[in-house]
Design a binder for this molecule. Structure first.
Ligand code: AHR
Length: 538
C-alpha cells in the first residue's frame, strides 16, 4: 500500500498537509477503511523525527557579504519594460519607474543589482541607450528575439539604483563589443576628468560620476547560445585586455569574469574556469557562476536536493580558484559571484523567446529550494561574496505585475527574510538530522540549515525537506544563553504546489514566537517549511 510504512502499533492519520491537521490515534479498522478510501492521504508513523543543532558562536565560517542578497534586471520579456519601468502607466513616477514595484523591491532589501543582462548584454551597445529617449535607436534584439527600444539605458538604470540605495553592477558586452567600448563605458560612468566621454555624460544631464564599482566581463561566454561565444582561451585573452583598459580607467572597480555555466553534455566546465582564471588571475576579483534548477519530474525529495549540487559546485570552484591563485601575492583574492540563480524550468525553450511569454509562476516547493540556496550561500560565506537572484520582476522573478497591480510570488518571502535578517558572521553549525537517500546523494538531511550572528542577534534558518513530517529539533547553544522570546518567521502552506496570484496570497510569512530555556530551544519544524528563528543572546 503506497504511502504506508510500518505495520505495528497505533497509526497516525493526517492529510498531505500534515502540520495543519490535528493527528488522531487510529484503530486498525480505521486504518484499513481509510486506506481503501484514499491511500494517497495516508501515512503512518511510529516515532517522531528528531534532530539536534549545536551552535558555538565562535565557530565562524566568514563574514556574510550583504551582496549575497543581490538581484538582476535584464532586457528580457516584461522584466524592465512593463515591470521596473513603464512610462505609460499611471502607477509610474515622472521618470517612468513603477512605484508599486519600487516599494516591493525596496522591502526585498536588494543589495546589488546586475544589468543589462544576461544574454542581452552580449550584443548591447551602451551608446544606444543614452541621450534623449525619443532619439534612441530601436534595435533588433537577438538574444530573446525582439526589438529593443533602448528607452531604459545607463542613466535610467543608475538613477534607479541610487533611488533604491542599491549597488549597481554593470555587465559589459564582451560578445560583439570591443575593448574600447567597455573602457569608454567605465569612463562615461565613473571618470571625474574632463573628457569627450564625461562631457557627453554631462550633456545627458549627469554632472557627477556615479562611481560604479562592479563590472562584469561578459556573460556566459562559454555557451554556444551566447552572441560572440568564445573558447576559454579566446575569452581569457580578450577579457584580459578589456580588464586592463577598464582598470586603468578606474583602478577602484571590481571585475567579475565569466565562469562556466554550461554543466551539460560532458562540457568541461571546471577546465573553462581554470583556463579563464589563468588569464585573469591578476585582474579579476570575482568569478561568475550561474545555476537554474527545476522539478520537471515532480519529485519533491529530488528537487529539494538541488542545493547539494550547488554546494558541490561551489566547493569545486573554490578548489580551482585556490589552485590558480597559489602563486599569487597573499592579498590578491578572487571570490565567487553566483550572479544568476533561481528555479526556472516551466517557461523555457525556443518557444519562450519573445516578450510577455517568459514568465515563471512559483509555488511553495520553489520557495523552499530558494531558501536552501540561500542557506548554501551563507554556509559558503568565506568564498561566495555576491549572489544575484535572476530576475527581479515578471520573468523568473519574486515580483509579478499586470497593468494595474502587483503580487509577490512565493519566492519573495524567503529572499526578503534572509536579506533583512541573516547578517554578520556565518556560523558553522553541528547538525544531526534524520536523512533520506536520493538519486545522487546517499544522505540528504531533512533539515537544511544556516546561521548568522550579528552582535547579540542570532538568526537560524531551517528548511524541513520532509514532505509530510515535522522534525523535533533541539537547538543547543554551546557558549551563550537565549535572552527573551525567540521570534519565529515561517514560510509555509498546506500544499507544496500552492502558488500566489493577484487574487490570493497563500504562501507567505507567518510570525509567532517561542520560548527557550537558558541555552536550549526545543522547536518542532513543520513539514515542507522554511523557518527563520531570531533570538537575542546573552
Ligand atoms: O536569466 C535568464 C538568462 O539565463 C540569462 O540571460 C542568461 O545569462 C542565462 O542563461
Amino acid at each position: 500500500m503506497a504511502g504506508i510504512h510500518g505495520t505495528d502499533g497505533p497509526f497516525v492519520l493526517s492529510l498531505a498537509a500534515g502540520h495543519q491537521m490535528k493527528p488522531r490515534v487510529l484503530s486498525r479498522r480505521d486504518f484499513s477503511k481509510a486506506a481503501i478510501a484514499a491511500p494517497w492521504v495516508l501515512r503512518a508513523q511510529q516515532a517522531p523525527l528528531r534532530a539536534r543543532i549545536k551552535i558555538d558562536t565562535e565557530r565562524v565560517i566568514g563574514e556574510i557579504d550583504p551582496k549575497l542578497y543581490g538581484n538582476f534586471v535584464e532586457h528580457l520579456g516584461r522584466c524592465i519594460e512593463g515591470g521596473v519601468f513603464d512610462e505609460n502607466s499611471p502607477l509610474s513616477d515622472s521618470n517612468g519607474y513603477r512605484r508599486d514595484v519600487f516599494d516591493a523591491v525596496k522591502k526585498l532589501g536588494v543589495s546589488v543589482l546586475r544589468w543589462p543582462g544576461g544574454n542581452f548584454s552580449s550584443n548591447y551597445h551602451w551608446r544606444d541607450g543614452i541621450g534623449p529617449r525619443d532619439k534612441r535607436p530601436p534595435r533588433l534584439e537577438m538574444a530573446w528575439g525582439t526589438v529593443e527600444s533602448n528607452r531604459f539605458g545607463t542613466h535610467e538604470f543608475l538613477n534607479y539604483c541610487e533611488m533604491l540605495g542599491t549597488e549597481p553592477y554593470i555587465c559589459a558586452n564582451l560578445g560583439t563589443g570591443t575593448w574600447e567600448e567597455a573602457q569608454q563605458w567605465v569612463e562615461y560612468v565613473n571618470s571625474p576628468q574632463d573628457t569627450a566621454m564625461t562631457r557627453l555624460r554631462k550633456e545627458n544631464g549627469r554632472r557627477e560620476p556615479w562611481k560604479v564599482t562592479y563590472w562584469g566581463l561578459g556573460n556566459e561566454m562559454d555557451g554556444p547560445w551566447q552572441m560572440g561565444h568564445k573558447s576559454a582561451e579566446d575569452y581569457g585573452k580578450f577579457a584580459l585586455e578589456a580588464a586592463k583598459l577598464m582598470k586603468w580607467t578606474d583602478p577602484n572597480i571590481k571585475l567579475i569574469a565569466a565562469g562556466s555555466s554550461n554543466y551539460n553534455n560532458g562540457i568541461d566546465w571546471i577546465g573553462w574556469n581554470r583556463t579563464v582564471l589563468d588569464f585573469l588571475k591578476t585582474h579579476a576579483d570575482y568569478l561568475s557562476m550561474h545555476m537554474y534548477v527545476g522539478n520537471a519530474a515532480s519529485d519533491f525529495g529530488e528537487f529539494l536536493t538541488s542545493s547539494l549540487t550547488l554546494r558541490d559546485r561551489i566547493k569545486t570552484t573554490e578548489g580551482v580558484i585556490n589552485a590558480v591563485m597559489s602563486g599569487q601575492p597573499r592579498g590578491r583574492k578572487i571570490y565567487i559571484a553566483w550572479d544568476e540563480w533561481n528555479v526556472w524550468y516551466r517557461a523555457r525553450g525556443e518557444s519562450q523567446r519573445g516578450r510577455r511569454i517568459l514568465e515563471e509562476r512559483y509555488n511553495l516547493e520553489d520557495a523552499l529550494v530558494v531558501a536552501t540556496f540561500l542557506n548554501t550561500f551563507v554556509n559558503n560565506a568565506h568564498i561566495l561574496k555576491m549572489a544575484n537572484m535572476a530576475q527581479l520582476v515578471n520573468v523568473i522573478a519574486p515580483i509579478f505585475t499586470d497593468e494595474k497591480r502587483i503580487f509577490l510570488q512565493t519566492i519573495y518571502y524567503p529572499l526578503a527574510l534572509f536579506a533583512n535578517s541573516t547578517k554578520g558572521q556565518a556560523l558553522d553549525l553541528l547538525v544531526k538530522s534524520p536523512s533520506y537517500k536520493s538519486k545522487d546523494f546517499d544522505e540528504v538531511p531533512h533539515l537544511d540549515t544556516s546561521a548568522a550572528l550579528d552582535g547579540k542577534t542570532l538568526v537560524v534558518n531551517i528548511v524541513n525537506r520532509h514532505r509530510s513530517q515535522a522534525v523535533e529539533a533541539e537547538i543547543q547553544l554551546e557558549d551563550r544563553e537565549f535572552v527573551g522570546p525567540v521570534e519565529i518567521a515561517e514560510v509555509n502552506a498546506p500544499d507544496i504546489k500552492a502558488e500566489n496570484s493577484f487574487e490570493s496570497t497563500i504562501v507567505k510569512t507567518a510570525q509567532r514566537s517561542a520560548k527557550a530555556e537558558k541555552s536550549l530551544l526545543r522547536y518542532s519544524v513543520p513539514a515542507h517549511s522554511y523557518t527563520m528563528l531570531k533570538a537575542t543572546l546573552s
